[in-house]
Design a protein around this ligand. Structure first.
Ligand code: NDP
Ligand code: GDP
Length: 324
């Protein structure tokens, strides 16, 4: 039986990846940091909370990673732990650098010490392209990070490549474009919109306040994207891969589709509020996933309309249940 250790197991991708790897017959361990309330809500939502083994630890605490690696004896480590919200990274830049950047070094260094044959996946991001140098971004597009989050991720990305080149470790980085689901954090714009639509539809709110409506993202479904992570660690050689749908959509258009799902006009409810604008935004992202498709046979299965409908349905049900 293959063993996997997932940092960030309680996050969106950790929950989807846990379900996928359990279906593949893995034994799953997850690094779980101490919090005053339980953080297993997403694992419960995916129906896997009782099937994974949680180990106390934090990616900023090297000793806890070494102990987790010794206990789990993993064949594969997926480093998903991060302060992952771009907006918060200007408010907490040091914490973001330590968790999202140094955290990856701690995990890589732990692997080098405990067992350098462990295969390693780093959750890199399209935010590293930032102020894009090319209209469609691939593995060869130059980087121009625009936030403390993106800078921390770029540091972790190059550290991953350096550990591969220095020590011959099987260290991969997936450059994943935005991916969403019904368990996406409520602060991200997609989920903020679908939650807002559900609240308005149920009469719990009468407006939705957003920032930059012109920003464009290449949005995919988290369930598809975690499959790419697993494929990368099963590949013949470690590499970087862009994972994206190849379609880009504005926040405004996302709003239109989401409000349409419940028969409402977004223009009647959405208000622009400067407090949600960023000191430096990423205006547009669109990925070319040609390499992961050609080399690993990955394809997205869920397109944006379907994803939005899935998120709206789940939020309508959740907000409806809250009323009872
Ligand atoms: P989430 O924010 O949903 O999950 C982040 C996870 O990291 C949570 O489990 C969180 O734990 C954990 N975490 C935070 N700080 C620490 C710490 N110091 N030690 C240990 N664990 C910690 O992110 P996603 O699931 O959406 O994303 C997964 C990864 O992929 C992240 O690294 C993200 O930056 C990256 N990424 C995501 C994209 C997306 O569109 N979703 C796109 C590209 C990259 P807790 O539950 O306790 O908060
Ligand atoms: P990101 O791509 O990781 O930053 O994902 P987000 O979902 O946080 O933001 C995507 C884009 O939506 C960014 O360009 C934001 O500026 C824009 N946006 C517009 N309004 C909002 C808002 O109210 N909240 C968030 N999170 N983003 C917003």
């Amino acid at each position: 039986m293959r063993h996997a250790l997932i940092t960030g197991i309680t996050g969106q991708d950790g929950a989807y990846l846990s379900r996928l790897l359990l279906e593949k017959g893995y034994k799953i361990y997850g690094l779980d940091r101490r919090t005053s309330l339980p953080t297993t809500e997403r694992l419960r939502y995916m129906g896997v909370a009782d099937d994974v083994i949680l180990l106390d630890g934090d990616v900023t605490d090297q000793g806890s990673i070494v102990r987790a690696l010794q206990a789990a004896e993993p064949d594969e480590v997926y480093n998903l732990a991060a302060q992952s919200f771009v907006g918060a990274s200007w408010q907490q830049p040091v914490l973001t650098m330590e968790t999202t950047g140094i955290g990856a070094v701690n995990v890589l260094e732990g692997i080098r010490l405990v067992n350098p044959r462990i295969r390693f996946y780093q959750a890199s991001t399209s935010e590293m392209f930032g102020l894009v140098a090319e209209p469609v971004q691939s593995e060869t597009t130059p980087f121009h990070p625009r936030s403390p989050y993106a800078i921390a991720k770029l540091f972790a990305h190059w550290t991953t490549i350096n550990y591969r080149e220095s020590y011959g470790m099987f260290a991969c980085a997936g450059i994943l474009f935005n991916h969403e689901s019904p368990i996406r954090g409520l602060e991200f714009v997609t989920r903020k919109i679908t939650d807002g639509v559900a609240r308005i539809k149920h009469g719990r709110a009468n407006e939705l306040r957003l920032g930059n409506l012109d920003a464009k993202r290449d949005w995919g479904f988290a369930g598809d994207y975690v499959r790419a992570m697993w494929l990368m660690l099963g590949a013949e050689k470690p590499c970087e891969y862009v994972v994206a749908t190849g379609h880009t959509t504005s926040v405004q258009e996302f709003c239109r589709i989401a409000f349409d799902c419940v028969g409402l006009n977004w223009k009647d409810y959405v208000t622009v509020d400067p407090q949600f604008a960023r000191p430096a935004d990423v205006p547009t992202l669109c990925g070319n996933a040609g390499r992961v498709k050609a080399e690993l046979g990955w394809e997205p299965t869920t397109m944006l309309d379907e994803l939005i409908a899935m998120m709206i349905e789940a939020d309508l049900k959740r907000v409806g249940d809250e009323r009872r």
